[in-house]
Design a binder for this molecule. Structure first.
Ligand code: FAQ
Length: 311
């Protein structure tokens, strides 16, 4: 009954154990997880677009094969995450419908254009780097299916980040024009990557409850600060710079500080008015329509098998 369910839930959370799909859970817990996991899944799927744009223009066969593998991994991440979200009771069709109707969120970062080959490096290094910094603590999220999906996803993201770093390293050690292209990509992706961690803590309505439920383990600003500290070291190895002259480690707070971010721009992107929002949504709708025959064929085959099994 509900009373016993609630007691068990509170006990599991206080022991830092896991909640599983069949366990009783408060409706608000279910709702916030369905929100976060579906947004995360949509981000992986929409996040395929900026890189898919470069598969046909990768500078060598090897680069093309690596980039294709990365984009396929993102499709896989989207699928595990939709499966994890489905265990909370929302069917995948409904999540997809919400996405293509423009009612669901996905990460702000994928509304920026990938204009040069060096952007494949900057996306891997900065965007996957930010994704890892955010997702490693999510491996310990209290909801079992989400935490377990994160373990595998983080392993693959680590490979993605290394491939991005390696693209930038090669360009940074190339001709002056290549080095400039790498620096330009880092300059454009840096601030949007920092915004991936979400709004500042005093403007983050979901953080407090999500931390109390052991979904989030660190605040948006804590993770952003930690990420800046990692990047400021790695950029030296690249021989490039970050476009931020205010980075410093604050001994008192033990946090890395950075220049203020343009939160008006972030809000515009979230409101659907970023540089590529319309294009990303249009492409996603087209892909959904183009895939209708596959869904129909799979459903017809499943019906046929079910009928055969019933005879
Ligand atoms: N973009 O109260 P909070 C990837 C929304 S990595 C858009 O702080 P919360 C890998 C937020 O949803 C990217 N919306 O919210 C890859 C909320 O709106 P709502 C995906 C954002 O949930 C790499 C409102 O603002 N990663 O895909 C953003 O506690 C390369 C208030 O915010 C994840 O999703 C944003 N940046 O914290 C793929 C990680 N930030 O729902 C391809 C899992 C905030 O109330 C290529 N998610 N909002 O209407 C999380 O950790 C959290 O959901 C946060 C936000 C940290 C993103």
């Amino acid at each position: 009954d509900e009373q016993a369910g609630r007691e068990q839930f509170d006990r599991l959370i206080s022991e830092d154990s896991r909640i599983e799909p069949r366990d009783w859970m408060p409706e608000a817990y279910r709702k916030t997880l369905a929100r976060q996991i579906s947004q995360h899944a949509h981000s992986e799927i929409i996040g395929m677009q900026p890189e898919a744009n470069w598969i046909s223009r990768a500078p060598s066969l090897k680069r093309k094969a690596i980039l294709m593998a990365k984009v396929q991994d993102e499709a896989g991440h989207g699928l595990y995450l939709y499966s994890a979200a489905e265990t909370l009771g929302t069917p995948r069709d409904k999540m997809t419908e919400d996405l293509i109707a423009g009612k669901a969120r996905y990460s702000s970062i994928f509304n920026y254009p990938a204009v040069t080959w060096a952007d494949m490096g900057a996306i891997g290094w900065l965007v996957d780097g930010a994704a890892i910094a955010n997702q490693v603590p999510l491996c310990r999220a209290s909801y079992g299916p989400y935490g377990r999906a994160m373990v595998r996803i983080c392993k693959e993201e680590s490979f993605h980040q290394r491939q991005g770093f390696e693209i930038l390293l090669e360009l940074a050690n190339g001709t002056p024009a290549q080095k400039e292209m790498a620096q330009d990509a880092v300059n454009r992706w840096y601030a949007p990557a920092l915004m991936m961690f979400g709004p500042p803590d005093d403007d983050s309505p979901n953080s407090k409850q999500s931390m109390a439920w052991n979904i989030k383990r660190f605040s948006n600003d804590e993770l952003r600060s930690r990420f800046v500290g990692m990047m400021v070291e790695q950029v030296k190895v690249l021989g490039l710079t970050l476009p931020d002259d205010q980075i410093r480690f604050n001994e008192d707070t033990q946090q890395w500080e950075h220049a203020p971010l343009d939160w008006d721009e972030f809000k515009e992107v979230l409101a659907g008015r970023g540089p590529c929002n319309a294009q990303r949504m249009e492409r996603r709708r087209e892909a959904h329509e183009d895939g209708a025959w596959v869904r129909e064929a799979a459903a017809a085959y499943a019906d046929k098998r079910a009928t055969a099994a019933a005879q």
